[in-house]
Design a protein around this ligand. Structure first.
Ligand SMILES: Nc1ncnc2c1ncn2[C@@H]1O[C@H](COP(=O)(O)OP(=O)(O)OP(=O)(O)O)[C@@H](O)[C@H]1O
Ligand SMILES: [Mg+2]
Length: 246
């Protein structure tokens, strides 16, 4: 279990203070799949960066039960592959020196196959399309089998069919290995299909939380999914009108 307790994160931009998170509380039961949605600039990436330990909060704390650090996989909003390494070495990089070479090779090959990149193991990142590069970024995060998997709009650059396939693949990995997942998206349908819990963020806080107990596998046309999407959209619109009233 992982918890953000009353987290604030303030950035200073040209002498001006910007509160990216304000009294942000988030409870992540072990093995849960939480989706964060919310308008651009509301603090989603900041929340992931703090959960990953890439940055420290200005106030508040991130509390882990057991207190020990978690293995973290992070899929960045942009793929961030190392341009001088092959796709296979990019994906296996975090395992180098931590596992025997043949094991790394086998694990990398397996995950590249899952992501449909089997034929591109030896390619360089600049030879990939945008969608392929984002799949390589996902492969790199999954290969270490992290306990905490943080994904920042990982499928935004993918075509609809590939996106559907990778959503299913992510859910399959989650059901098999049960990492705790925090997934950021702008796509409400994607949020409703994937999440146990959808958190709607608004200006640095969680404004609404929607539990999602629809059984899996889920169908986007299922009435319960459609209703959840409608509820999230209504939450968004309520937030927009609050903003224009302040
Ligand atoms: N490194 C930084 N330095 C200064 N300000 C930052 C930094 N990172 C984020 N911010 C500010 O914090 C706020 C939240 O940014 P964040 O990247 O978390 O938003 P987001 O919800 O991920 O948006 P998007 O949907 O556009 O990715 C913004 O106002 C942004 O300008
Ligand atoms: Mg972001």
């Amino acid at each position: 279990m992982l918890e953000c307790r009353a987290i604030s994160k303030t950035y200073r931009i040209e002498g001006r203070e910007v509160a990216a998170l304000r009294d942000f509380d988030l409870h992540l039961p072990a093995g849960s799949l939480t989706v964060l949605v919310g308008p651009s600039g509301c603090g989603k990436t900041t929340a992931l960066r703090l959960l990953a330990g890439l940055e420290q909060p200005t106030a508040g704390a991130i509390v882990r039960s057991g207190g020990k650090p978690l293995g973290v996989g992070y899929v960045f909003q942009e793929p961030r592959l190392m341009p001088w390494l092959s796709v296979a070495r990019n994906v296996g990089f975090a395992l180098e020196g931590r596992a025997p070479k043949p094991d790394i090779t086998a694990r990398v090959a397996e995950i590249l196959d899952v992501m449909g990149l089997g034929d591109f193991a030896d390619a360089r990142p600049d030879q990939l399309s945008g969608g392929m590069a984002s799949r390589a970024g996902l492969a790199r995060a999954l290969v270490t089998r992290p306990e905490l998997l943080l994904l920042d709009e990982p499928f935004a650059a993918l075509d609809a069919m590939t996106r559907r396939r990778l959503q299913a693949e992510l859910v399959a990995v989650w059901q098999r290995l049960r990492p705790t997942i925090v997934f950021v998206t702008h796509d409400i349908e994607e949020a409703a299909l994937l999440a146990d819990s959808v958190c709607l963020m608004e200006r640095g806080v969680i404004a609404e939380r929607y539990a999602n107990r629809v059984p899996r596998p889920r169908d986007p046309t299922d009435l319960a999914i459609v209703e959840l999407r409608r509820a999230i959209i209504a939450g968004f619109e309520a937030g927009e009108s609050r903003k224009s009233n302040t």
